[in-house]
Design a protein. Structure first.
Length: 276
């Protein structure tokens, strides 16, 4: 098995993972992947999502979250992240009107984007969530599909992908194909766990069904391989209480309530790309 980024060989990283598959680390670029047999990876991930993440097995109470207008505790945590993500991208979003959100989840970001005046289209593989989100959106829509199965000739100003890339089977192929759905000069925002952080790497391998585990170098290489312009790429972490207090007085942190930081502190990794 060869690395999708640099074609170097992989070596064994861990013998097992959340998906009951071994993980492998590229000897050259340090990209970490789960499993070495594509058909087995597809089967394992499908089983996990059906049992724990979709439909009746969904661990998240989407119906109550939506009925509360996303004022529940889980949604408010996601909103703090989304506010910071939006601030990160906002200077480059002038005159952008249409957004394709890949992996809508319970619909929080789609709802908040619609409140900002964007025309939102979401993609979500959980049929129950899709139905509930479409009842909630006023002008936008949510389509039943996974990101990798999505097919459309429609083009968008912005592609938005928060904590989804690490779940894909073929992220390299996906980044290449989704360019056909981007307007010229369109933006692509991605956030993933920062797997340079040892605790996040352990979480990514052992506690969630992730198939890829990205470092900054690996994420940037993936973008460059697919001919995207990298506008910026940074590490982030949640703000502390003392930083929240300073923010109220000094307005010191431009992406608050998340703080840009060094790699070993960051638990999130963001990249903003431009189609070219």
């Amino acid at each position: 098995m060869k690395c999708i980024l640099c074609s170097a060989d992989y070596e064994l990283n861990t013998k097992t993972s959340y998906l009951d598959l071994p993980t492998f680390r590229c000897k050259k670029c340090n990209l970490i992947v789960t499993g070495d047999n594509e058909s087995e990876i597809i089967k394992k991930t499908a089983d996990v999502y059906k049992k724990k993440h979709w439909g009746e097995g969904n661990l998240w109470d989407a119906e109550n979250e939506i009925k509360s207008n996303y004022t529940d505790e889980e949604s408010q945590g996601k909103k703090r992240t989304w506010i910071s993500q939006y601030k990160y991208c906002e200077p480059f979003m002038k005159d952008k009107k249409t957004i394709l959100e890949i992996g809508s989840g319970q619909g929080q970001a789609s709802w908040w984007f619609e409140e900002k005046g964007f025309q939102i289209t979401g993609i979500e593989p959980d049929a129950k969530n899709v139905e509930l989100i479409n009842q909630k959106l006023k002008n936008g829509r949510c389509i039943l599909s996974s990101g990798e199965d999505f097919k459309s000739k429609e083009k968008f100003d912005i592609i938005w992908m928060s904590h989804v890339l690490e779940h894909l089977i073929k992220p390299d192929f996906f980044l290449s194909r989704i360019k056909y759905n981007m307007e010229d000069d369109g933006l692509f925002f991605i956030e993933v766990p920062n797997c340079e952080n040892s605790s996040m790497l352990q979480t990514s391998i052992d506690l969630v069904p992730h198939t890829f585990h990205f470092s900054k170098i690996a994420l940037e290489r993936l973008a460059k391989k697919n001919a995207y312009e990298i506008i910026k790429c940074d590490y982030f972490r949640p703000a502390t209480k003392s930083e929240g207090f300073r923010q109220k007085i000094l307005k010191k942190y431009p992406y608050y309530p998340r703080i840009k930081c060094k790699n070993y502190d960051g638990i999130f990794l963001r990249i903003l790309l431009r189609n070219r």
